[in-house]
Design a binder for this molecule. Structure first.
Ligand SMILES: NC(=O)c1ccc[n+]([C@@H]2O[C@H](COP(=O)([O-])OP(=O)(O)OC[C@H]3O[C@@H](n4cnc5c(N)ncnc54)[C@H](OP(=O)(O)O)[C@@H]3O)[C@@H](O)[C@H]2O)c1
Length: 252
């Protein structure tokens, strides 16, 4: 029986200083992995890594800077004994602006982090795996806003649609190199990114449109994460798994 055992696997998670990424780090460590927690806020990474004991390694990294990506991956490889086997491509930012209000600065920042940086680190990781003659596994964190039209988050939703298409393009091109590429599309989970909105009257209206009538708990993501990270999902590539309480099925 193939389970979700990740004993000794090296996993690099971007955006692991808070929210989903910090949670993914603890799930991976609990499954036996050695986890590199990457982001810009080193104080938070250090605390999150310390909570994982020997399984957590804090890695300072700005994903919008290729030199920082290369340095961070090098540091993780040095401290953990080799290249990560799994990349969880999770770092992201939001901009609560609709089409007419979005500024060029905020739109560029969202695209640079959510789309371009997600491509750059996945590309660099893949090049490193191919060069080393080994396979790999990429899990992109997309969003249901990349799958259905949503108002008031134009650049964000467009960037997440790009992540979903990127997942399929990479899956197609990299399968021959033993690299799987899949995505999780979360619905709404309360984190630093959205807590003000989800706790506002707008959030109260939103939750009524979720068939399960609640926002997600971080643990609701564990099943999809462990499936894609482990050999339990070894024949899966190019798929996008929504974890959203049925939100994508909400009534028209
Ligand atoms: N919460 C939700 O409901 C939800 C739903 C769907 C998808 N998502 C996606 O889940 C991912 C995590 O978001 P979250 O909700 O957990 O929000 P969060 O708590 O704000 O986490 C965002 C993470 O991204 C990191 N980050 C941002 N820019 C970065 C950069 N340039 N370089 C390195 N790290 C960077 C942040 O770390 P530093 O600031 O320390 O660098 C932080 O760790 C995002 O991709 C988001 O779009 C979230």
């Amino acid at each position: 029986m193939i389970g979700a055992d990740l004993k000794g696997k090296r996993v690099l998670i971007t955006g692991a200083s808070s929210g989903l990424g910090a949670h993914f780090a603890s799930v991976m460590a609990e499954a036996g992995a050695v986890v590199g927690l990457a982001a810009r806020r080193l104080d938070r990474l250090t605390a999150n890594a310390a909570a994982l004991g020997k399984s957590g390694i804090p890695i300072a990294m700005d994903v919008t800077d290729i030199a920082s990506i290369q340095k961070g991956i090098g540091e993780f490889a040095e401290q953990s004994g080799g290249l990560p086997a799994i990349l969880i491509n999770n770092a992201g930012i939001a901009d609560p602006s609709g089409v007419l209000a979005a500024t060029p600065e905020n739109t560029s920042a969202v695209m640079a982090t959510n789309q371009t940086a997600a491509f750059t680190i996945a590309q660099y990781m893949s090049q490193s795996w191919v060069e080393a003659g080994q396979g790999g596994n990429i899990i992109n964190i997309a969003s249901i806003t990349g799958m259905r039209a949503v108002g008031g988050a134009a650049a964000y939703a467009i960037s997440k649609a790009a992540v979903i298409h990127m997942t399929k393009i990479m899956a197609l091109e990299l399968a021959r190199h033993g690299i799987r590429v899949n995505a999780i599309a979360p619905g709404y989970f309360t984190t630093d990114m959205n807590k003000d909105f989800l706790n506002s009257p707008g959030g109260e209206a939103l939750v009524k449109r979720i068939p399960m009538r609640r926002f997600g708990n971080l643990d609701d993501l564990n099943g999809a994460l462990l499936l894609l990270a482990s050999d339990a999902g070894r024949y899966m590539t190019g798929v996008v798994i929504p974890v959203d309480g049925g939100h994508l099925c909400s009534s028209l």
